[in-house]
Design a protein around this ligand. Structure first.
Ligand code: SF4
Length: 65
């Protein structure tokens, strides 16, 4: 799985970091998403798919291998 985020359109809701904290974090100053792992291991895939669904700005993409 390859994960990408369009940070220019992130509205800083933090849902991704709550849903998949091993893959997403938030910048403490600007609250914008920080992608910690653009190629997460299989154990993280379900959480990433959920984060994609929950992102209110729809700026996370996850491409399956
Ligand atoms: S869930 Fe979406 S809008 Fe919210 S912080 Fe994450 S990437 Fe940004």
């Amino acid at each position: 799985m390859k994960v990408a985020v369009d940070t220019s359109l992130c509205i800083g809701s933090g849902m991704c970091a709550l849903t998949a904290p091993a893959v997403f974090d938030q910048d403490p100053d600007e609250a914008v998403v920080v992608l910690l792992d653009p190629a997460p291991p299989p154990a993280q895939h379900a959480a990433v798919r959920l984060a994609v669904q929950r992102c209110p700005a729809a700026v996370i993409t996850a491409t399956e291998d």
